[in-house]
Ligand binder design. Structure first.
Ligand code: ADP
Ligand code: MN
Ligand code: MN
Ligand code: MN
Length: 337
């Protein structure tokens, strides 16, 4: 018999941005299958999820992977339920209406590696700034790439855990990086992003480096913000072969800009300025290959005869992928095609 460490992971109830919480449960044996995991509970009064007088919230395991960094251990992504067993208001995963996994999502998660001593991104000298943006995007060398050891360790951890990470790259600002995760299924994509975020946070602990998920951590200065572009498709987008259908689906996003921006991450008005490869938060636009549009139609989709996917460029780095997916699915389904 060997004891197994199960790290139950969930999202707290903080507004406007939820954070990861977790605690360890020791079990005697575990099959490795999520359906064999028991529900558990936690003190919701410490996470803005319940009043102190009736504090128990329920953790319902929904996705499990091997923990690549701990002996005999698993990472268990959980949904939060209220005491009565219904989804807690903080539970964005429960909003996803995609039972047949028709929707595929590829998220591009950008973030800054943040020096906890200087309170600046890695690569920023104390009391000043590094050279302006230019050499950092996909850059190499000690003057251009900062924190690669952390990024590499994270990539290996994601692969070992079995997450479908598709790539990494250094981003436009110094100390800014990106990873991409793709899944055939919106819940799965959200689960994998959250587990990947968890692994990154935990690796950062080892080096005294925190992960800054804010979409514009350097304010209005001439440094890029961080996004989480949501690439998405459903059966129709993958097979229709019709420009008209693509237009109808894109147009369905126009009247619901506000509803989308509400879940696309806090402080997005600071990032969606129309500069730095973004569209203004006040406009809605879409276009082929257009990185200044709200929604980009990738050139490859057009070249394949209007079969492929769309990229909503508005979600930011701190957005909840569950809520982003839920609203995109709702809007795509509302298009009459
Ligand atoms: P860029 O930086 O040029 O916007 P990336 O290569 O970083 O592009 O990201 C593109 C994303 O699109 C990847 O995460 C990929 O998985 C995703 N993707 C590709 N095809 C589809 C599809 N059919 N449905 C949903 N997402 C897709
Ligand atoms: Mn990218
Ligand atoms: Mn990017
Ligand atoms: Mn992109």
């Amino acid at each position: 018999m060997s004891l197994v460490k199960l790290e139950y992971i969930w999202l707290d109830g903080y507004k406007p941005t939820q954070s990861l919480r977790s605690k360890t449960k020791i079990e005697k044996d575990f099959s490795g299958k999520v359906e064999d995991l028991p529900n558990w509970s936690f003190d919701g009064s410490s996470t803005e999820q319940a009043p102190g007088g009736s504090s128990d919230c329920v953790l319902k395991p929904v996705y499990v992977v091997k923990d690549p960094q701990r002996k005999n251990a698993y990472l268990v992504m959980c949904e939060v339920l209220s005491a009565g067993g219904t989804p807690h208001p903080s539970n964005g995963r429960a909003l996803i209406q995609d039972d047949d996994n028709d929707f595929w999502f590829g998220f591009e998660q950008e973030y800054f590696l943040w020096d906890t001593a200087t309170n600046k991104p890695l690569g920023f000298p104390e009391g000043g700034y590094p050279a302006p943006q230019g050499p950092y995007y996909c850059g190499v060398g000690a003057n251009n790439a900062f924190g690669r050891h952390i990024v590499e360790e994270h990539l290996d951890a994601c692969i070992e855990a079995g997450l479908n990470v598709e790539g990494i790259n250094a981003e436009v600002a110094a100390g800014q990086w990106e990873f991409q995760i793709f899944a055939k299924g919106a819940k799965q994509a959200g689960d994998e992003i959250w587990i990947a975020r968890y692994l990154l946070e935990r690796i950062g602990e080892k080096y005294g480096v925190s992960i800054n998920w804010h979409c514009k951590p350097l304010g209005a200065l001439d440094w890029n913000g961080s996004g989480m572009h949501a690439n998405f498709s459903n059966g129709v987008l993958r097979t229709c072969g019709s420009k008209e259908t693509y237009d109808k689906i894109c147009e369905a996003f126009r009247p619901v800009v506000k509803e989308h921006i509400e879940v696309y991450g806090a402080d997005n008005h600071l990032r969606l300025t129309g500069k730095h490869e973004t569209a203004s938060i006040h406009d809605f636009s879409y276009g082929i290959s257009d990185r200044g549009a709200s929604i980009r139609i990738p050139l490859a989709t057009v070249e394949r005869g209007w079969k492929g996917y769309l990229e909503d460029r508005r979600p930011n780095s701190a957005a909840d992928p569950y809520k982003v997916a839920a609203v995109i699915i709702k809007t795509v389904k509302s298009a009459v095609v």
